[in-house]
Each structure stands twice: as C-alpha cells, then as structure tokens.
Ligand binder design. Sequence first.
Ligand code: PSU
Ligand code: MN
Length: 303
Amino acid sequence: MIQLNYSAEVTKARDTDTPLVALESTIITHGMPYPQNLEVARQVETDVRAAGATPATIAVIDGTLHIGLEDAQLEALAQAQNVAKLSRADMAACIATGGTGATTVAATMIAAHLAGIHVFATGGIGGVHKGAQETFDISADLMELAQTPVTVVAAGAKAILDIPKTLEILETQGVPVIAYAQDTLPAFWSATSDLAAPLRMDDAKTIARAHVTRRALGLPGGQLVANPIPQADEIPAATLAPIIAQAQSQADAQGITGKGVTPFLLQRIFELTEGRSLTANIALVRNNARLAARIAGALNMID
Ligand code: PSU
Ligand code: MN
C-alpha cells in the first residue's frame, strides 16, 4: 500500500472517530488566484470544523500523498508556481518521481478512499466540455464518480460545460445525481437551472443513508450531491452566458486543449466578471463544505 501522510489534525480525528471531510487542492492552485486561494482554503477548513467535522485537504508534496495539510504546507501550495494538476492518470507518476501536484476531484476521491474518508466537498466538478463531440474532452471526474465510493458535494456543474451531456454521461455511468432540497439541478453560479435533477434529497441523513445503501448493494462508485449556491450570492445565468461564450471562443482561438481548458476558462471568467465570479465561487464552496460536514456526521452515526 502507498504511504499516506496524515496531518496532526487528521490523525487526531482518526483516533477519536471524528467525521472527516476531504477537500481538493486543484481549486487552490488552478481555480483561484493568490492570495484569495489561500484565504478560501483556510476559510473552508474553518467551515468544516464549525460544522463538527475535520477537514483533510489533499495534495502530493515531494512525492508524498498528504491527507490533510499543515498550515505552512497549505500556504506554500497556494503560492507555488507551476504545480502539476493531478487527475487519475497523473497521480502515480507524480508520486513515483517525487513531484508536487494538486489533486482534482478525481484524484482527491482516490486519495480520500485510500484514507477511509467517505465525503468530499468542492466547488464544481469537471464534466463534458462544450464541443466534446469534436474534442472528446470529458473530465475523468465523471468516470471516477462511477468507480470510487465517495460522496462528492458540489454546486452542480459549471456553465462552461455542456450540462445536459454531463448528466447523460453520469446516467450512463450509473452515478446518482442528487439535488439538495430542490427539484432542479443547480448550475454552479446560479441556484437553479431549467434541468430537472435526476434525484432530490432534503437532508444530510438521507444522503448518508443512500451512500451506505449503495455500498450494501455492492455497487461501486460514489454519488454526486448538487448543492445550490445561496441565493444572495448567485449570478444570473443570463449575465454569465455571453462572458462564458467569450472565454470559450478565446480558448478555441488560442488552441487551449486538455488539462489547460478548465483553468483557462476559470481565469478568463474571473477577469471578465471583474472578480464577481470568484466571490460567488467562494460562497458556494463554503456552503458545500458545511453540507459535506453534516453528511459526514450523519454517516458517522449510521456506519
Ligand atoms: N470546476 C470548477 N472549479 C475547479 C475545477 C473544476 O468550477 O477548480 C477543477 C477541479 O479540480 C476539477 C478539475 O476536478 O478542475 C477538472 O479538470 P478537467 O476538466 O481537466 O478534468
Ligand atoms: Mn478535460
């Protein structure tokens, strides 16, 4: 088995059977600019603690897979330039070569599962990109949800993606997509969309029970909980649509492909909204961290 390095706080939580919530690090290195990324990373950890769980931010540092980062490590990662973005395909190579990398949703799920952590909070998951019929750009996050038993709390998929196609892939792969306390699928910066959510659950306990039942059925894979952004923080879809279209056409014109696509679009949208996208992003990640902590707590009671 791979050697895992647990932070002091996570070690204590494991010893005392305190619920744990995994957090990804690509959102820190590739999803937000410094210094807001560091502030948000710390704030989200604080939110998890306030809701009764222990945060475990996951990253590979100098070839070691860390489950929970000490504050100095978090700070170094937030400031580091050219950190690798690690998905399922990249993790082993990074560890084997002594590299440093931030984990995406897919890689964070793998690490969380290795560490026995069942719940993970993030902002948005990767999905099927617009134009995927040409580019085949479909995030490995979707296939990970189909095979690794972690419940992922996100704010739905971002409108930079083709959300109907993303839902189709998730359905094909047998991934439960559960809207939290509403009938429609939330769309990241917007609390609602015109898409019906495949499933709806109204409390953390039910989500925890569904997690355990999936395992009892012998089904591999996790579940995606789509938690709407608080209404006070949302940006209307109509405001964002032209901005997303502009960012996308710039990505196409500059020939951005592969791993570069999502970070490029996020950065351009941040610039084009003059930071408003980031404010909303922060609000929704914090909201997801709080719900994830409650699910982890409920899971701890029944598991
Ligand atoms: N979507 C966001 N913010 C993010 C990401 C996605 O709204 O920070 C990051 C996550 O780490 C996600 C990854 O797992 O991008 C997906 O990248 P790709 O599309 O290359 O699989
Ligand atoms: Mn991709």
